[in-house]
Design a protein. Structure first.
Length: 336
């Protein structure tokens, strides 16, 4: 429930001889918004008002004002619904805070479970071979060197001999055996094939070396996997236990805060009555509306007032007698 509304200095009723005259001047006056009715005709005959009061008061600036109050009926159901909605929002906020505090517990629990499964999982004596970027590159080079006919990509080979031989081969490329250049082309082809074979021997040696290295890595991992799995489980259990203790302390702190906030909410003053108020200044025979809004009286004895957001619209509602429920009025002046 939002009670942050303007609190006006209490108005003091006047007991002067001219009070009735000022009230009569306002009642008999006509406003430019609708001069078909006197103020009294428009304001004293509204279906939303349980009763109406006319008084002369003095405001905090020592001005004499004629004040009209329309005491609104059936406000209890509306405010009770608003109060219940606010209470539910407060409880939902508590629930979100609790869930946020526990958000990391489930992932930590799942890590413990996963670590236990990894530790208890049977370990085969052999497994699929490891791979590496270097091995993939070497295998791709080996495949390129075995292509038949030779690929033009060999002109960009990392082997200078292959690249040079491939460039000569493709520059002299001739299909017609009767061509004078065909013999030179075949010679360049033989040179290229020899260079490819020499490069391929080196690549195969590099592949064997990399596979041996990966095999040793794989074997080392196999030897260390059980110890690693146990270490992982120990770390997961320690983290989970520490997190459980931290979350338990946080939840205890949140619960204490929630109890205090809920008590503060339940003990807060409740609105008991609401009136729509209009105030005029009387200048000889002229009247001027200077303030309008809602006035709420609360169970702690305090009075809170909230001005109309749209005073012209609120005046039009009065003259049309269009406000039929309390919620219609609150759209133009929020009191909670």
């Amino acid at each position: 429930m939002n009670l942050r509304k303007t609190i006006l200095v209490p108005f003091l009723p006047l007991a002067l001889a001219g009070c009735n005259d000022a009230i009569d001047t306002v009642k008999n006056g006509r406003m430019k918004i609708n001069d078909q009715y006197t103020v009294d005709q428009a304001f004293s005959n509204r279906s939303i008002c349980g009763s109406v009061d006319w008084d002369v008061i003095t405001d905090d600036r020592n001005r004499e004002l004629v004040q009209y109050k329309c005491h609104i009926t059936d406000i209890e159901p509306y405010h009770e619904r608003e109060r219940q909605r606010a209470r539910e929002n407060l409880l939902n906020g508590f629930d979100l805070q609790r869930r946020a505090a526990q958000a990391h517990l489930e992932p930590a629990r799942m890590e413990v479970e996963s670590a236990e499964n990894a530790l208890n999982k049977p370990r085969p004596t052999s497994s699929a071979s490891l791979d590496s970027d270097r091995l993939s590159t070497l295998l791709a080079q080996d495949e390129l060197l075995t292509e038949n006919p030779p690929s033009r990509s060999l002109q960009n080979s990392s082997s200078p001999q292959v690249a040079e031989a491939a460039q000569r081969y493709f520059l002299s490329y001739v299909r017609d055996p009767a061509s004078p250049q065909f013999a030179a082309h075949k010679q360049n082809e033989r040179v290229l094939l020899q260079a490819m074979e020499g490069a391929r021997v080196k690549i195969q040696a590099a592949i064997d070396e990399e596979r041996a290295r990966l095999s040793e890595v794989q074997n080392a991992r196999g030897r260390d996997s059980a110890a690693y799995a146990q270490q992982r489980l120990n770390r997961a259990k320690e983290l989970y236990e520490n997190l459980q203790n931290s979350v338990a302390a946080k939840l205890q702190e949140l619960d204490a805060q929630h109890v205090a906030k809920l008590k503060q909410f339940d003990d807060a003053a409740k609105i008991e009555s609401v009136a729509e108020v209009f105030q005029w200044v009387v200048k000889e025979e002229e009247i001027e509306l200077v303030w309008s809004g809602l006035e709420g009286t609360y169970s702690d004895g305090k009075v809170r007032m909230s001005g109309h957001i749209d005073r012209l619209g609120s005046l039009q509602d009065v003259y049309r007698n269009s406000a039929k429920t309390y919620s219609d009025l609150r759209q133009k002046a929020s009191l909670m």
